[in-house]
Design a protein around this ligand. Structure first.
Ligand code: SF4
Length: 443
């Protein structure tokens, strides 16, 4: 983007597609939710396919007693020959006897449980009566029929909202599951601004659940939490509208919106943010050298597409060609749309063949997409980035801004080295570094 680029896409046309889509289902969210909620267990009521997805996506759990599992629906259940509810009750009783550390149990619906119309809401109510007060049982759907992979978190958090304690106190609620270290950075910034009574949904443990009421103001940390936002609105809370805290500019705008909502003065804001802003700008500039002037397409996947396109265009000098997103929530995305460069093609939903045709015609320098589409595109000479990495990697707030830019720079550097091995040869022939590839080649 250059200085003359006009910004603002609030009234830009949106290409809406409703065809075949290629994206993980909402069960994937369990991979990061189970790490965040330390006394929760996620019991997927599904098939062996669901179990395999979880095990391969979260195969890291081999060293610890896992906090997710699958109650397998066998053929007899699917054919209606057995009472799946009785089996579910037995499975839950076995699990809770063996694992007294579990305080929250999520029954997670799947495609098979939806197909046989297993009523998990009723099952959760029934099981709560049996196992309360020690364990709270909730349910949500992670089915691929209904959800894309980040919507699993939205469905989980929305299911928690009705049970949150009530309060009339003025508090700030941060909404979204971030790694603890990043959440702590946000809390430190807010404490520096003088904002107390900060709580987070989801809490790290059941007894840290936030309270909510008519004097609660909440700020979303993730752009895919539309149902959770609606549920909080229903409890009388007020959303603080802001861009999302990606990159230096997004983090500053997010913090400023929160600061204004709490009446923090400009001098305090500058004192708290000036130094981390400068650090973030320096870190982003290092990666932006690789990104500036490059064209990028986002296929619809994580629902992070609009904020990331905003960050990459405004702070890294990239040119968004197409910004695809599974759902475009105009209310939550208003502040992001206002900052996007005009001229980028916006699309919502997917018709995968038509979208791939557009990618082939556009030939962007970088395509952000799901794992299933990355290999075919790479084989056609296109450079890709897996969207799922963006939810497994800490990318929010100032201290991660440089890492976020570097995530996009890495595949471009790798491509440059593969097509132009001169820097590699130079390192090989330089005394003292023989046999060492340059840092960028090792990334
Ligand atoms: S919920 Fe559906 S899409 Fe997801 S793993 Fe199970 S069967 Fe597959």
């Amino acid at each position: 983007m250059n200085d003359a680029t006009p910004f603002g896409c609030q009234s830009a046309p949106v290409l809406r597609e409703r065809g075949q889509h290629e994206v993980f289902c909402g069960l994937t969210g369990i991979v990061w939710l189970h790490r965040k909620m330390q006394d929760a267990f996620f019991l997927v009521v599904g098939s062996r396919t669901c179990a395999h997805l979880l095990q391969s996506a979260a195969g890291v759990m081999i060293f610890a007693e896992p906090r997710f599992g699958t109650a397998i629906l066998e053929e007899g259940d699917l054919a209606g020959l057995k009472d799946a509810n009785d089996e579910l009750d037995r499975e839950v009783a076995r699990l809770l006897t063996r694992r007294p550390d579990i305080r929250q149990l999520f029954l997670v619906g799947s495609c098979p449980s939806e197909v046989i119309k297993l009523d998990l809401a009723r099952a959760a109510e029934r099981l709560t009566q049996v196992h309360a007060p020690h364990v709270r049982v909730l349910n949500y759907s992670g089915s691929g029929i209904e959800t894309t992979f980040t919507q699993g978190e939205d469905a989980c958090l929305a299911a928690m909202v009705p049970g949150l304690p009530s309060t009339d106190a003025a508090n700030l609620l941060l909404v979204g599951a971030l790694p603890d270290v990043v959440e702590d950075q946000a809390r430190t910034l807010l404490a520096g601004l003088g904002i107390d009574h900060v709580q987070v949904l989801p809490g790290r443990r059941a007894d840290q659940d936030p309270a909510v009421g008519p004097n609660t103001r909440y700020a979303l940390l993730q752009p895919f939490l539309g149902d959770t936002a609606a549920a909080l609105d229903g409890r009388g809370a007020t959303r603080i509208a802001a861009p999302f805290p990606f990159g230096e500019e997004g983090t500053t705008a997010w913090l400023r919106a929160v600061a204004e909502a709490f009446g923090i003065d400009e001098a305090t804001f500058a004192r708290v943010t000036d130094a981390p802003r400068a650090r973030a700008r320096r870190a982003v500039a290092a990666a932006a050298e690789t990104l500036a002037g490059k064209r990028i397409t986002f296929l619809p996947d994580s629902q992070l597409e609009l904020p990331l396109a905003r960050f990459l265009s405004r702070e890294c000098g990239m040119e968004p060609v197409e910004i695809g997103t599974p759902y475009l929530h105009a209310g939550l995305m208003g502040p992001e749309l206002a900052l996007l460069p005009q001229g980028a093609r916006l699309s919502e939903g997917q018709d995968v063949d038509r979208q791939l045709d557009r990618v082939r015609a556009d030939r962007p320098d970088l395509t952000v997409c799901g794992m299933g589409l990355a290999n075919p595109l790479e084989s056609e000479g296109l450079t890709t980035k897996w969207a799922i990495e963006l939810v497994f990697t800490p990318v929010h707030f100032y201290e991660q801004a440089g890492d976020l830019a570097a995530l996009f720079a890495r595949p471009l550097r790798r491509k440059r080295i593969l097509t132009d091995p001169a820097p590699l040869l130079l390192a090989e022939n330089t005394p003292g570094v023989r046999g060492l590839a340059p840092a960028s080649a090792r990334e």
